[in-house]
Design a protein around this ligand. Structure first.
Ligand SMILES: Nc1nc2c(c(=O)[nH]1)N[C@H]1C(S)=C(S)[C@@H](COP(=O)(O)O)O[C@H]1N2
Ligand SMILES: [Mo]
Length: 380
């Protein structure tokens, strides 16, 4: 493919790899990562911010569901980065196509590609920085990342529709002849694709260990290693950051609101029937780790306060301020026997950073909803 840019000496792109076939070969993998990333992202959004009618129907099983889907979200997002760069490299000569605009529909098509590229770069960039908890921008990450995801998806569907004839050709033409281009200087398409695949594999293997414990030793570039942290578990927000101190906890007791409200000291809580569960913390930023928790079933506390089998719960942390101070729990989570007000982690009393004296641990939930330093429980 040749593009020239008059006036003046023409810029010519002679490399054979700046062609539709290469763009499509990379594009289909890119589309796959975007599809996985989008679906798991929307799921995560609804688990974190369910509309009222949905809250009581969100399932608490499989208990590892969120760990899997959010792990996939971050893995597919990171894998998309080298794919997007390779794709942009394959098509960038088109930027210089001449004339720049041939018709109204051509102008609209170019505009939609510009939107797609900008929105896709924005998503991957902000998402990657979020895994490092680094927010060097003036807007709130969560709503903006969510809104732009729809922009990417809309522009991507349009792009696929416009390019459909070429995509179809890619899958229906006799591949052998077109794939093995005549020998020339520079890499051929197969070598390029193998190189891109190797880059995707490398970034995936060196970061996926933050959520796949078995790959933990290879997680050279993951922001979190599941191997480090107090009591063998990473900490996202420390007690110091949340301004919860030992001194602020001397008079601690749990208040349970409901038709029959009551309070319990830590001693009294420890004297109630204790249950042990093995459940992961699965942070929205991508790391996850399973741990053994011991504590009192939330549903037992709700029942004692007069809540029926249909009741949900609201949990309030002692933390003075913070986005995760108040947490609502739908019926299926509140009533699940695995959902605990945990007092112990790995058999030891919770450390202050993990939510001492009591924290929530529930199955199939985003880490942000595993509230630490619980002070109050309400039957809803
Ligand atoms: N009160 C309170 N609870 C909280 C948070 C918080 O900021 N405040 N952070 C949450 C987040 S984002 C995660 S991932 C988990 C992490 O739990 P851990 O620090 O015990 O691993 O706690 C959650 N519980
Ligand atoms: Mo988190």
């Amino acid at each position: 493919m040749r593009f020239t840019l008059p006036p003046g000496p023409p810029i010519t792109f002679k490399a054979r790899l700046h062609d539709a076939r290469t763009a499509t070969a990379i594009g289909r993998w890119l589309a796959l990562t975007f599809l996985v990333c989008f679906t798991t992202g929307v799921l995560s959004h609804f688990l974190q911010h369910p509309p009222g009618w949905l809250a009581d129907h969100l399932p608490s099983r499989p208990y590892w569901g969120y760990r899997l889907t959010q792990g996939l979200h971050v893995v597919s997002g990171i894998a998309a980065i080298p794919l997007l760069l390779a794709k942009l490299w394959a098509v960038y000569p088109r930027l210089f196509a001449w004339p720049p605009v041939r018709s109204v529909s051509h102008a609209l098509e170019r505009l939609s590609v510009a939107v797609l590229v900008a929105a896709a770069l924005f998503q991957l960039f902000t998402g990657l920085l979020n895994t490092f908890q680094w927010y060097p921008w003036p807007f709130n990450f969560v709503p903006v990342h969510y809104a732009v995801a729809w922009v990417v998806m809309g522009a991507l569907l349009l792009h696929i529709a416009v390019q459909w004839p070429r995509i179809r050709d890619h899958f229906t033409l006799d591949s052998p002849g077109t794939l093995s281009l005549p020998e020339a200087d520079g890499p051929n398409r197969r070598q390029l694709l193998v190189g891109v695949a190797a880059a995707v594999g490398a970034v995936t293997v060196t970061t996926a260990g933050q959520s796949v414990t078995a790959l933990g030793r290879l997680a050279l570039f993951a922001p979190r290693s599941p191997a480090y942290g107090v009591q063998g578990l990473p900490v996202n927000r420390t007690a110091a950051a949340a301004r919860v101190t030992e001194a602020s906890l001397v008079d601690w007791h749990l208040t349970v609101h409901g038709p029959r409200p009551f309070t319990l000291t830590l001693e009294e809580l420890n004297a109630l029937p204790q249950h042990e569960v093995t459940l992961p913390i699965a942070c929205v930023e991508g790391w996850s780790k399973s741990a053994r928790w011991t504590g009192v079933r939330v549903r037992d506390l709700l029942e004692r306060a007069g809540g029926g089998p249909g009741s949900r719960a609201r949990v309030v942390s002692l933390e003075a301020a913070g986005a995760y101070r108040v947490m609502d729990m739908g019926r299926l989570y509140a009533q699940d026997p695995l959902t605990l007000l945990a007092l112990r982690l790995g058999g030891e009393v919770l450390s202050l950073d993990h939510g001492y004296p009591a924290r929530i641990i529930a199955p199939n939930r985003p880490g942000v909803l595993q509230t630490k330093w619980v002070g109050r429980l309400e039957v809803v």
